[in-house]
Design a protein around this ligand. Structure first.
Ligand code: SF4
Length: 324
C-alpha cells in the first residue's frame, strides 16, 4: 500500500509522540510510505509566528530520523517544497461545496477556542485546511492514511472530494482508507496532556540529567505521605510510565507499592534509569544527525525529488481529466 502521514513542524518531539512514530516505523516495514512536514498547515493557525517554522522543521526531522524513519526506504519531505499540493488544492477548492468544510466538527470549536485566547483564525485558509489535507493525501494517490478517531471526519471529507472529482471528470483518485492507529496519549510529568507549552514534556533528545529531573517532578499517589504507606499505582503517573518503560518490573512494582515496600523516590529512580536506557540510542543518533553538515538538507532534497516525481504524475492525470 501507499501510505501517507504528516506532522506540523512543532520542533523537538517528546516521548508522547513515540506512539505515532512507532506506528510509522511499522508501516515503513511493509509499505511505500510518504512522511511529510506539514509546514503550510502550521500557517493556518500561526500565520503571524513564522520565525520558528524552519528551525522546527529541522528539529522534527532530526527526531524522525533518530527513531528510525529511513529516508531511503520512505519518502521524507517538506510540504512547501512540493508546489503541486497547492495546485491540487486550488482545483479542489473549485469543486468543494462550502458546507462540506463548515460542517467539519473541529472547525467551529477551534475558531471559538482560539478566539477566547485572543486569536482570530476565522480565515479562508483555516476553513480550507481539511481540503489542503485532502490535497496532501490525494496528490500521492495514497491508499491509506493512519489516523486517530478524531481525524476520521477529515478523511471522510477527503474521500468525498475524491469521489466528486472522479465523478465530475475522470477516475484519477483512489478513496484512501483509514488505518486506525492506537495512539494512546501519554500524560506529561504533571499529569496533564504532554505539551511543550505546559513545560511538562520529556523530549526525545533530552539530556540524561533532564530526564532524571523531569521524572522526579512526576505526580505520584497523593495519599502516600511516608515511604512505607501502602500506595495505589492506578492513580500514579509514574506507574503509567512504568507500564511502558519497565514492563519486566511492573508486577514487582505493583505489589511493592501496594504493600508499602518501595518508596516513590526509589520507584522514580528505576523509571529514570529505564527511560534513559531507552532514549540513549535516539539521543546519540539525533546528535550525530545534527552534527553532520548538510545531512538534513540532503535528506530534504532527496525527499523533495521523490515526492515531486509522484506529485507531477498525479497532476498530469488531473490536468488531462479537467482538460486544463
Ligand atoms: S511507589 Fe511508584 S507506583 Fe507507587 S505511588 Fe510511588 S511512584 Fe507511584
Amino acid at each position: 500500500m501507499r501510505v501517507l502521514s504528516g506532522m506540523r513542524p512543532s520542533g523537538k518531539l517528546h516521548i508522547g509522540h513515540l506512539s505515532v512514530l512507532s506506528n510509522w516505523l511499522k508501516l515503513q516495514e511493509e509499505n511505500e510510505c510518504f512522511f511529510f512536514v506539514a509546514d503550510w498547515h502550521a500557517l493556518t493557525t500561526a500565520f503571524d509566528e513564522t520565525a520558528s517554522i524552519r528551525v522546527n522543521t529541522r528539529e522534527m526531522l532530526a527526531d524522525w530520523l533518530a527513531v528510525g524513519i529511513d529516508p531511503e526506504r520512505s519518502t521524507v519531505f517538506v510540504q512547501s517544497q512540493v508546489l503541486e499540493h497547492a495546485e491540487l488544492l486550488l482545483l479542489f477548492s473549485m469543486i468543494t461545496p462550502l458546507s462540506w468544510l463548515e460542517r467539519v466538527p473541529t472547525y467551529k470549536d477551534q475558531v471559538q477556542q482560539l478566539a477566547a485566547r485572543g486569536k482570530d483564525i476565522a480565515t479562508y485558509g483555516f476553513l480550507g485546511y481539511p481540503l489542503l489535507q485532502a490535497a496532501d493525501i490525494l496528490i500521492y494517490r495514497a491508499d491509506a492514511v493512519p489516523v486517530g478517531q478524531d481525524q476520521l471526519p477529515h478523511l471522510e471529507l477527503c474521500r468525498e472530494v475524491a469521489r466528486r472529482f472522479n465523478h465530475l471528470y475522470k477516475p484519477v483518485f483512489p478513496e484512501p482508507q483509514a488505518l486506525l492507529a492506537d495512539t494512546a496519549l501519554l500524560p506529561g510529568v504533571d499529569g496533564r496532556k504532554m505539551s511543550k507549552s505546559y513545560g511538562n514534556e520529556i523530549s526525545l533528545g533530552a539530556a540524561r540529567e533532564t530526564v532524571e529531573k523531569r521524572v522526579r517532578m512526576m505526580i505520584t499517589d497523593p495519599g502516600r505521605i511516608r515511604k512505607n504507606d501502602p500506595g495505589n499505582p492506578e492513580i500514579c503517573n509514574v506507574y503509567t510510565y512504568q507500564t511502558l518503560y519497565n514492563r519486566d518490573l511492573v508486577d514487582e512494582i505493583t505489589v511493592a507499592c501496594r504493600e508499602g515496600r518501595i518508596g516513590c523516590v526509589a520507584c522514580k529512580a528505576r523509571l529514570a534509569e529505564s527511560l534513559n536506557a531507552y532514549l540513549e540510542p535516539i539521543r546519540q543518533r539525533r546528535a550525530e544527525i545534527l552534527a553532520e553538515p548538510g545531512y538534513l538538507d540532503d535528506v530534504m532534497a532527496h525527499g523533495q525529488e521523490k515526492a515531486a516525481a509522484a506529485a507531477r504524475e498525479t497532476m498530469r492525470r488531473v490536468r488531462q481529466a479537467v482538460q486544463i
